[in-house]
Design a protein around this ligand. Structure first.
Ligand code: MN
Length: 397
């Protein structure tokens, strides 16, 4: 069972379960295996492989991952019914390390309109399901679906009951992305103060990004004492998606001075995992996406380029190599300045005197007004014009 400690945060990846539930993100078995291998290389502690009762294809995918993936604890999801739990047991049979993840909603709106259950019935059903799961699993997680909209006192009662029944991880999901960081941290602290036995289990959070707060809520919960974060690569997932793995991991690492926490993630594999998930899911990563977007380490503004050329720390808080990029990218465009042009010309082997350089700089700015980005070929054409008055002749010295 993955061990949390006071300074170690367990990374629970649900790219292949919650992520794959995003409309349009379904993956076939081969794509899932490819993503699972990337997640294994990344070093996730728990890999949620799917929801075996959802469809025969999901069952087969979980069973295949249980056979072929070694390293992380493999997890599969079940509703709080014995049939669902038995499907999890069967599909995960070949796995070396495994976890059964049982969920049952606790919020008033879900109790009334989805489940038609009283509070007592919710507690009883959750306890029965956890006991049943514990017959086949040492490692059992319970998720109080829609916990963020549940009455805090009732949530305490449910959590205390499932701990007594044998749950080893208890997850507090913000299923609908409704929480606010300070309030969500308050809920985690309330549980830690009020629930008997809470110190025996790992407290987990699972946040959605409907208000763009999934990562912020997750970090606030970690500061309040949660020691498992549920997340997905590229933040894919239901609706606006889940807490993004790469963002939460790099926040913990980059601001270790603040959090004093660590994860087991090999961060230099983040870009590879991001690309594998983008390819498998068909969800393109936005250019300005934090940590793994194409522009995450790209600079076009002249003042920033000058800073990065003399010391990258002036405008970069992470090293591109630490997340799997080769290097920072300095883009020659209409916002860039003399320092970058001089650097690019040197890299390409051109030697221009001062007057030629100034003419080249004017020419580059003129060209950049019409073209978003200038490539090496454009620089060569500009040098040709400066040295020979026209494009097309030999310019390289
Ligand atoms: Mn979810």
């Amino acid at each position: 069972m993955p061990e949390a400690s006071s300074d170690r945060v367990i990374v629970f990846d649900t790219t292949l379960r919650d992520g794959e539930q995003a409309p349009g993100a379904s993956m076939d078995l081969e794509q899932k295996l490819r993503v699972a291998r990337a997640l294994t290389a990344l070093g996730v502690d728990v890999l949620e492989a799917g929801f075996p009762a959802a469809s025969p294809g999901d069952y087969e995918a979980v069973a295949a991952l249980a056979r072929y993936i070694e390293g992380p604890t493999l997890c599969a999801l079940a509703r709080a019914h014995s049939d669902d739990i038995d499907r999890v047991t069967e599909s995960l049979r070949p796995a070396q390390r495994k976890r059964c993840h049982v969920f049952l909603a606790t919020s008033p709106i879900h109790r009334q309109f989805k489940l038609g259950l009283s509070t007592d019935e919710v507690v009883r059903r959750a306890v029965d399901a956890i006991r049943h799961a514990r017959e086949s699993f040492e490692d059992v997680e319970y998720s109080a679906e829609d916990a963020a909209r549940t009455e805090p006192d009732f949530l305490c009662e449910v959590v205390e009951s499932v701990i007594e029944a044998g749950a080893t991880t208890v997850n507090i999901p913000d299923t609908v992305g409704y929480a606010i960081p300070s309030q969500f941290a308050g809920l985690i602290m309330h549980l830690r103060r009020r629930v008997r036995g809470i110190e025996r289990i790992v407290l987990s959070v699972h946040c959605h990004d409907d208000l763009g707060l999934a990562v912020a809520n997750t970090l606030a919960a970690v500061e309040a004492g949660a020691r498992q974060v549920e997340c997905t690569v590229n933040g894919i997932g239901e609706r606006a998606g889940n807490c993004s793995l790469e963002e939460v991991v790099m926040a913990l690492r980059t601001r270790a001075d603040h959090f004093h926490l660590r994860t087991g993630i090999r961060t230099q594999e983040l870009c590879a995992a991001s690309r594998a998930v983008a390819k498998g899911s068909g969800f393109v990563v936005a250019r300005n996406k934090a940590v793994v977007g194409q522009n995450a380490f790209a600079h076009e503004a002249g003042i920033h380029q000058h800073g990065v050329l003399s010391n990258a720390l002036t405008y970069e808080i992470m090293r591109p190599e630490d997340v799997g990029f080769e290097s920072s990218q300095l883009v020659l465009g209409k916002h860039s300045g003399r320092h970058l042009l001089r650097y690019r010309l040197e890299q390409l082997g051109y030697r221009l005197d001062d007057a030629q350089f100034e003419r080249a700089f004017v020419e580059v700015k003129r060209l950049a007004d019409h073209k978003k980005e200038l490539h090496d070929g454009d620089v060569a054409a500009v040098v040709d014009v400066v040295l020979h008055g026209a494009a097309g002749s030999e310019a390289r010295t």
